[in-house]
Design a protein around this ligand. Sequence first.
Ligand SMILES: [Zn+2]
Length: 459
Amino acid sequence: MSATLTFLGAAGTVTGSQHLLDDGSHRLLMDCGLFQGLKELRARNWAPPRVDPASLAAVLLSHAHIDHSGYLPRLVRGGFRGPIFCTGGTADLLKIMLPDAAHLQEEEADFANRHRTSKHDPALPLFTTDDAARALGQVKTVAFDESFAPVAGVDVRFASSGHILGAGLIHCRIAGRLVVFSGDLGRYGVPIMRDPDPVPEADVLLVESTYGDRLHALDDHADKLAEAVNRASGSGGWLLVPAFAVGRAQEILYDLRELEEARRIPSMPVYLDSPMAIQATGIYAAHPEEHDADLKHVEAKGTRAFAPGRLTLCRGVEDSKRLNDTPGPGIIIAGSGMATGGRILHHLRRLLPNATTTVLFVGYQAAGTRGRLLRDGAQAIKMLGEVVPVHARIMVSDTYSAHADRGEILRWLRGFTRPPAMTYVVHGEPAAATALRDMVAKELGWSAAVAEDGQRVTL
Ligand SMILES: [Zn+2]
């Protein structure tokens, strides 16, 4: 029997990344992501699994983001007992991200039970912190560029995808065919992360398409950050930066230190008010093997790359509350990145009515989130049971992104020395995925198709 590939998620959408390889004797799952966002998508996390978890020999994990890893505890709960292979950076990030995801699930169930908002009685979490702990116990770490055999006759290797710490491109030789999965593809020439590794060949290629129809802005990515800091300094107020804890918070810290050293901004107190971002920053610093040349250069001088001159870490809730009585100017970096929850909400409630406050959004703001409403100019906003008037200056930087844009994806594809026999476009909204497929066909002359949800193809 020839081997097959089945798209179980992130086909026609950007979350729920799961792709099944089957060589007739073994089943391997590439990524094990959670569906996120709209209610119909999230409902899919609750559907019976489309492949029996107990029948899987192993999981190959591209990186730690929840839309690629967050279904692991549920898979384990469903009977999966095999190894989960990933890089060391990914394994370290999973140790903070999976328990956090489980905690959120438990909180959600608890809320539903207290407020009777679920038709299920009692409402149960999708998975528990115990499930997350069991999944972490099945993780097996492999180094980048090290070949290993997850099962007999299959050869796998992770190369750097440059997306977040630990993120890998998966090379998998199965039944005589070379399958390459881009995972999430990072960018070229950005601070902290290395460029995506070039890949010379594949028989079957899976390429992500989050920004398959768009180009990132070309401005210097730290310009807006400098402008926001200088406004806060001039007004004597606070600068709030809602930021994702893993990846984005580290980029902001790095850029603040660089801007200070270049004297483009004054040295101001910076509060990293997120236990998860504090842990993630420690993990980033602890993996110098993945740092790009700029970061290595900074560290060679003995500088702590992620520490602006006046950095304070707010671990406990009391540290965070103390900021209420601290006069500005200063900078607070806190989650969540789209202001959907987390400590940033308390700071926004307190500081949005104040005209001296500046808020800088540095990430994607999904439809329906408070971040999107603020970005779109809301005059007042509901949070924590109050309607809060917005007098703060709201600023947006579109230059931070962990994903390759259309041009960068094409640049990476041009590194192939022979066309893959078939290229499947995954991990994109329909418009982005279709645009990328068209570009691959037109610019490169390759055979390409948008992967369809549930589609099974022969390798
Ligand atoms: Zn990702």
